[in-house]
Every structure is written in C-alpha cells, then in structure tokens.
Design a protein around this ligand. Structure first.
Ligand code: FPP
Length: 261
C-alpha cells in the first residue's frame, strides 16, 4: 500500500455505530403500520452491510433493540422478535459469502426461543469470518453494560487478597476488561438517523471519543449516499483525543513518514 493510500485509510472509521431511528415516522408518512416500518428498516440493515464493506469499514454496530424498548406496545415488541427470527436465517449465506462475522451485544436471554436460536446459528456459522464484524445490539443499554462490568469487578474484588490495592488500582482499562466485550473496537463514528440528536444509551463507554453524525433521513429511506455523506464528513474532521490541533498535525506528518521509511 502506498503512503497516500495509507493516509486515506486513516480517514475511514474502523467502527461505525448506527442508531437506526425513524422506522415508525417513515411508516406513518406512508400510511403503513409501524411494523411495516421495521420491515423496511430490516432491508436497510441488509444494505448497510454491503455499503460498509465497500467503504472498508471493519465493524458496524447497529442498535436493534434497547433495554428501554420493552416499554413499547406488546404487539410491536413481538413483531420485532419475529422479524429478527425470520430475517436472520436468510442472511447467513450472504454473510458467509462476504466473510462477515455476526456478533451481538446485550442480554438476549429473555428473547423468545426462535429468536435466540436464530442468533446462535448466525453467530456460530460466521464465527471464523474476518473481513468485517456486524454487531447487532439487542436488549442493549450502555448504562447496563457499565453496571455489569462494575458487578463483575466487585465480585473479583471480594476475592482479592489486597482489597485496598485492587481498589486503588482500578482504572478505565481494568474496568473495561470486566465488561467482557472482546474484540469490540472504540466507536469512531456514531450515526443517528431520523433527525433526533440523542445518544439514547447507546455505546456510552465505547463512544467516548466518537465523532457524532446526525442524519435527517428516516432509517427505512437511508441510502448509500447518506452513508457516503456521513463518511465524508467524518474524513474531514480532526480527531484530537484531548490533544491540541498543533500536536495532531505534527503527528499526522510524522507517522506517514515513519511508515514509508
Ligand atoms: C427505531 O425506530 C427503531 C427500532 C427501535 C428498531 C430497529 C429495528 C430494525 C431496523 C429492524 C430489524 C429488527 C431487529 C429486531 C434487529 P422507531 O420505531 O423508534 O421510529 P420512530 O422514532 O419514527 O417512531
């Protein structure tokens, strides 16, 4: 790879997280049921895999069902579960062809049996794929994820010989190791569709330094052009991670030169 290609790739986010919002509003505008909106949304979910692969993205995580979504009408929740159990098995062969690994985040233990079975099957079948990870976040909540990590840390602390030292040494890195989410990269770009400007309890930890992008397009109408716009916007931003702009510019000059040496 030439150094100019290398520089270009630094501007492609490795992990893109998407809040797929606006299914209900899209459906209402078309005179359709909310469930029809989710069905169309599921089709965009399928498209986004291809668009992300084409863009060279390594991980895409999608907010499919939040810990708060149980509060929706029972019929809508049941419809989402059925949709999941129906569409996922149909996607396995395509994920295999494209070398996509399917993962989940969140506690799906209370999902209906058929949905759990479909999730297990998709995860097992694609476990060895390496080109891109598709992470479906289901019964997922960023706060819950941190609470689960704290709980596991406390259990280990209880058994620690030097409790004071263990507590004094607790750091973000150590707590993260208790969050049990091997292989999930920090979120580089967080996109929310549907016009709202909220994070809604998604990736509270991993999105600490994510670039945020809000699109007015409702998720069922989301297009390749919409994603390209978000990626172009991302590529134009300077990511400073707490440093000054001058420091970042010096590093950007030095690193490609070191790589090409
Ligand atoms: C938010 O739109 C969308 C969801 C809560 C569900 C997302 C689900 C899919 C894209 C379909 C695939 C299904 C699963 C379970 C992965 P909204 O309903 O809040 O839209 P609104 O804000 O316009 O009402």
């Amino acid at each position: 790879m030439s150094s100019s290609e290398d520089q270009l790739n630094q501007h492609v986010p490795q992990h893109v997280a998407i809040i797929m919002d606006g299914n209900g509003r899209w459906a209402k505008a078309q005179g359709l049921s909310r469930l029809e909106g989710h069905k169309q949304g599921a089709k965009r979910l399928r498209d986004v895999i291809q668009w992300a692969l084409d863009a060279g993205i390594k991980q895409v995580s999608l907010y499919g069902f939040s810990t708060e979504n149980w509060k929706r009408p029972k019929l809508e929740v049941a419809g989402l579960m059925t949709l999941l159990a129906t569409i996922l098995p149909l996607e396995i062969s395509r994920m295999q062809d494209k070398d996509v690994r399917f993962l989940t985040l969140g506690d799906t233990s209370k999902f209906p049996w058929l949905a759990r079975k479909a999730l297990e099957k998709a995860k097992n079948a694609t476990a060895k794929n390496t080109t891109m990870d598709l992470i479906l976040c289901l019964n997922y909540g960023g706060q819950q994820e941190i609470v689960d990590g704290v709980r596991r840390f406390c259990l280990s602390w209880d058994e620690a010989e030097d409790k004071a030292k263990t507590l004094a040494e607790l750091s973000p890195e150590i707590l993260y190791s208790f969050m049990q989410r091997d292989g999930v990269l920090p979120v580089d770009l967080l996109i929310r569709t549907g016009g709202e400007k909220r994070i809604s309890n998604f990736h509270l930890w991993d999105a600490a330094y994510a670039e945020l992008y809000f699109s007015d397009t409702n998720w069922p109408a989301y297009s390749r052009d919409d994603l390209t716009q978000a990626l172009d916007d991302y590529a134009s931003r300077e990511r400073r991670f707490g440093k000054t702009s001058e420091q970042v510019q010096i590093e950007e000059k030095v690193i490609p030169e070191e790589k090409s040496a």
